[in-house]
Ligand binder design. Structure first.
Ligand SMILES: [Zn+2]
Length: 318
């Protein structure tokens, strides 16, 4: 799939012929005038902030006239979005960018994405959403294909008014990004922590484990030979059994755990979730860097990248 940069002419064509207000998600359409909009007009960065549109027609006119390189909208609702004042509430948002995944099975260069790693990002998004539904009782969970990965945008009333510290705790929980403390350990490792740890350990090979400082080669080999047994121990929460493998003392065990947990925390950019004034790429808009449409995904299980290819891309070179 071609994922190269669009030309200014293609941008103008997209916004005059192809952009459709019906592709704006309802959760944005119904709160449009309460959101801040940001734009990157020429590919140099989203420096045009503090925009407010009272109607969708005003937004449409702006997009058609300016054909921006990128368009963004706030996760927050404000009384005065054009001044970013009077914060009312914010979506709970997760940014899962394929280029930033700590483990990828493709051979993409740093900063690049392909169909394979975008699909890996999609599976992480589904994993996070499942936990939010099952463990946190959240149900109004929206998925957006962002161009290089996925956004999860949760709009349940229960989480919209959360403060930053509470959002940070949700990130830690969902990602398995922190080693549980002794206090919470009275009940053992939580299921979500065990699942995330197992998922990341499963992606380990000798080369990746060799990045842990001080982990002996013989121990790494042992861990890989006994990988299934180790995975079983992690999944069942009997992490102590890992220490019983030859050469893995408490110190090595802790280093391994810290390494895996740090990788866990890198599957999403926690800063995005914590920032209640963040702007995210506008679903329906063009991602000019990769020539794809940022779009609401109604059925994440069946998402196909082809659905996000703008029409002008098909007509390139004809
Ligand atoms: Zn890739």
């Amino acid at each position: 799939m071609e994922m190269h940069e669009v030309t200014p002419e293609e941008r103008r064509r997209f916004y005059s012929e192809e952009w459709n207000k019906r592709e704006l998600p309802d959760f944005i359409l119904h709160t449009l005038s309460l959101r801040e909009f940001g734009f990157d007009l020429d590919g140099t960065g989203p420096s045009h902030r503090y925009n407010q549109f009272m109607t969708v027609e005003q937004l449409a006119e702006y997009l058609q006239n300016r054909a921006p390189y990128s368009a963004f909208t706030s996760v927050a609702l404000y009384e005065q979005p054009s001044m970013r004042k009077g914060w009312m509430k914010s979506e709970l948002a997760f940014d899962i960018d394929a280029k930033d995944l700590p483990l990828r099975s493709c051979s993409c260069a740093s900063g690049s994405v392909c169909e394979l790693c975008i699909d890996e990002a999609r599976r992480i998004a589904m994993e996070f959403a499942e936990t939010m539904g099952k463990d946190l009782g959240l149900h109004n969970i929206n998925f957006v294909y962002s161009g290089r990965g996925f956004h999860i945008r949760v709009i349940d009333d229960a989480i919209m008014t959360l403060e930053q510290t509470e959002r940070a705790q949700i990130v830690e929980y969902i990602t398995g990004g922190v080693i549980p403390t002794d206090v919470t350990m009275a009940l053992g490792y939580s299921q979500v922590f065990r699942e995330r740890l197992a998922r990341t350990f499963e992606g380990m090979d000798e080369q990746r484990l060799s990045k842990i400082r001080g982990l002996r080669r013989s121990v790494i080999q042992k861990l890989m030979v006994e990988k299934e047994r180790a995975l079983g121990a992690i999944r069942s929460g009997k992490l102590d059994e890992l220490s019983e493998l030859e050469g893995i003392g408490p110190k090595t065990f802790r280093q391994l755990l810290e390494f895996l947990v740090r990788l866990n925390s890198e599957f999403t950019d926690g800063k995005v979730t914590i920032d209640t004034k963040r702007i995210l790429r506008l679903p329906s808009s063009l991602h000019s860097g990769v020539s794809m449409k940022c779009m609401l995904v109604r059925d994440i299980g069946r998402f196909k990248l082809e659905d996000a290819v703008p029409k002008f891309v098909h007509e390139r070179g004809h």
